[in-house]
Design a protein around this ligand. Structure first.
Ligand SMILES: *[C@@H]1O[C@H](CO)[C@@H](O)[C@H](O)[C@H]1NC(C)=O
Ligand SMILES: *[C@@H]1O[C@H](CO)[C@@H](O)[C@H](O)[C@H]1NC(C)=O
Ligand SMILES: *[C@@H]1O[C@H](CO)[C@@H](O)[C@H](O)[C@H]1NC(C)=O
Length: 240
């Protein structure tokens, strides 16, 4: 009975997002159900800053990392610690997925995690990788994430990916996204109604990108310090 309920839940969680089904052999499926359920792990790409949020996640085999693309024009592209801003041959690549002011849908790229080895991802747009727009899946520890960011910042330029690979592109509604977009840069430009702001997205993923405090460096510095003082924990839950 337990196994049947588990199967239904697994099916529900996997079909809840438009991604390829998790392919597991019968024994693999049983083992997986005994221990835990596959999770969908949101990662916000871009927004007020060129970042991945969070920039480190822990995922089990079968879990789905769902990159949700906020403001800008970003990619989630696999690389290596040695060449942080260059696509790994045969690696995962979302392609460039933009988000513009007023958009009510959010582009996503969902990839099924097939190994618990550390995986390195960067944004291949312009200088974003040199600005530190990188993230890791299953780092050996916090230090490896820092090392990866530093290595990325040390590069001169990025190499763009080619074909979309290793995942599925789709869309979700903005109300279901794990972020609130940056305010429109030029409210007059959109002409139409303001974007449908989701009132209160469920706090599944920490959307806590600090608000852009452009044009007031003093206030920004102070607010950064204040945020640091509170020391927000990473939203990654190791819940089973
Ligand atoms: C996103 O960036 C890529 C690469 O620079 C570019 O080819 C594409 O046109 C851009 N898309 C949008 C909508 O700006
Ligand atoms: C910058 O922010 C501080 C604190 O919020 C405020 O007192 C000050 O007037 C602001 N300066 C400008 C130029 O907006
Ligand atoms: C920034 O913080 C410092 C020290 O806490 C304070 O003296 C200063 O007034 C603050 N500035 C603004 C603009 O809030």
């Amino acid at each position: 009975m337990k196994l049947i309920v588990g199967s239904l839940l697994l099916a529900a969680s996997v079909s809840a997002i438009p991604a390829k089904p998790v392919m597991l052999g019968t024994s693999g499926l049983r083992a997986n159900l005994k221990t835990r359920q596959a999770k969908v792990i949101p990662v916000v790409v871009g927004g007020p800053q060129d970042t991945f949020n969070p920039n480190s996640v822990t995922a089990a085999v079968g879990d789905i990392v769902q990159f949700q693309f906020s403001n800008g024009n970003h990619t989630a592209t696999q690389s290596t610690l040695e060449a942080p801003c260059t696509p790994l041959n045969g690696g995962v690549n979302s392609g460039h997925i933009p988000f513009k002011d007023g958009q009510t849908d959010v582009g996503t790229f969902s990839m099924v995690v097939s190994s618990t080895d550390p995986m390195f991802m960067f944004c291949a747009t312009g200088p974003h990788c040199q600005e530190g727009q990188v993230m890791m899946i299953n780092p050996t520890g916090p230090q490896q994430v820092l090392d990866f960011v530093k290595a990325a910042q040390s590069t001169q330029k990025s190499v763009d990916g080619t074909a979309i690979a290793g995942g599925t592109t789709s869309q979700i509604t903005l109300a279901n996204a794990a972020f609130v977009p940056a305010p429109p840069k030029d409210p007059a430009a959109g002409g139409g109604a303001p974007p449908a702001v989701p009132p209160a997205a469920p706090p599944a993923a920490d959307p806590a990108a600090p608000p852009a405090a452009e044009g007031n460096a003093t206030a920004a510095a102070n607010s950064t310090a204040a945020t640091k003082g509170k020391s927000k924990r990473s939203p990654i839950l190791l819940a089973y």
